[in-house]
Design a protein around this ligand. Structure first.
Ligand code: NAP
Length: 334
């Protein structure tokens, strides 16, 4: 039987590269959509050349430029999105709205596509100005998720900083764009969105210690080394990269129906546990984290992903160990 083909975006990134590697190991063929050539990604997938093809699309806002590239695909996994960096609104909002629309439109022209999985975020399940008191984040809260695109974000005094506010707004907008497209266009494919909290674990794309700052692992590393959570952190808990990857593959199952949304959030965990682990297992690290660290994580309920995707979350300890161990390997080699 011919192997099923996934058209995937964002594969040069942390979550996307790990998902691409798991997908080829799981027997899928991949058509990887890039903005520009990536030697690093080619090297990571070099053992699977017969399963992998690359396409380069220069302007992702124009569905005509995707034309033909999705033909014959069974699935689309759309991971590409900018992480918080800078204060240019269009840097965030263009991919959220125009790229999401272009890709969903082009996928609707391709009859072989059975499902589109979009990597959203916990941010799309949280109102821009925060959670109502006592609120628990889950997939079906009746909160106000509206975003005023005309807001002057640079004038915001959001304590998380302007880049994180813009990122949050862009994930809300991307989610709204996808939901509205699904309702209005009624495409032939099922649409599933995944909503991870901050993702931690080994990063296949990292090549040097300093690069940890470019991924979400940098937030965990910062808290460990500086002894305070990063100001943009905003009490978001963690989920292991392998759980996020697993959820992407499991979401392709035909049993997961159109319109499904899953919050991906590991169980338990707090900064005091991280401090205990670091002091116990990595005494020579030079970390400043102590059990006096303040700030608890917000409440999340990821039971839907457990019940329907069969998720069994890897431990908080595992996330911390995997990030610290990879970092120590780079530091020893430098
Ligand atoms: N990491 C987390 O903690 C976390 C948590 C929740 C949700 N997510 C979501 O998971 C997805 C992957 O995140 P990540 O952590 O893997 O980020 P990452 O390492 O920064 O990777 C981002 C990917 O998106 C691509 N990209 C960025 N801006 C783009 C644009 N304007 N047009 C096309 N492609 C663009 C990048 O491609 P280039 O190589 O061309 O730049 C890269 O492949 C994103 O949707 C993110 O919002 C991440």
């Amino acid at each position: 039987m011919a192997r099923e083909l996934i058209f995937i975006t964002g594969a040069t990134g942390f979550v996307g590269s790990a998902t691409a590697i798991a997908a080829v190991k799981g027997g899928y063929r991949l058509r990887i959509c890039l903005r520009k050539h990536s030697d690093r990604l080619r090297a990571l997938l070099s053992g699977y050349n017969e399963q992998v093809e690359f396409v380069t699309v220069s302007d992702w806002t124009d569905e005509a430029l995707f034309r033909g590239h999705l033909d014959g695909a069974d699935y689309v996994i759309h991971l590409a999105h900018p992480l918080p960096s800078g204060t240019d609104k269009e840097y965030y909002f263009t991919p959220a709205v125009k790229v999401t629309t272009a890709l969903l439109k082009e996928a609707a022209r391709v009859p072989s596509i059975k499902k589109v999985v979009i990597t959203s975020s916990i941010a799309a399940l949280i109102p821009l100005d925060g959670i109502p008191p006592g609120g628990v984040v889950k997939e079906d809260n009746d909160w106000d998720f509206n975003v005023d695109e005309a807001e002057d974000f640079t004038a915001s005094n959001d304590p998380r900083g302007i880049p994180m506010r813009l990122y949050h707004a862009s994930k809300l907008l991307a989610n709204r764009t996808a939901c509205e497209f699904r309702k209005a266009a009624k495409p032939q494919y099922a649409l599933v969105t995944l909503h991870p909290v901050f993702v931690y674990g080994r990063n296949p794309t990292q090549t040097a210690a300093k690069e940890i700052e470019e991924s979400s692992n940098g937030l965990l590393w910062y808290a460990i080394m500086a002894g305070i959570p990063h100001y943009s952190y905003s009490q978001v808990p963690g989920v292991h990269i392998d759980d996020v990857v697993e959820a992407h593959i499991k979401a392709l199952d035909p049993a997961i129906p159109d319109g499904s949304r899953y919050l991906l959030s590991g169980k338990g965990g707090n900064w005091k546990e991280v401090a205990n682990l670091i002091q116990r297992e990595y005494p020579g690290l030079g970390a400043k984290i102590t059990v006096d660290i303040e700030e608890e994580f917000l409440s999340t309920d990821s039971g839907k992903a457990e019940a329907e995707l069969g998720m069994q979350w890897r431990s908080w300890d595992q996330m911390v160990r995997d990030v610290v161990d990879q970092q120590l390997e780079f530091m020893k080699g430098e």
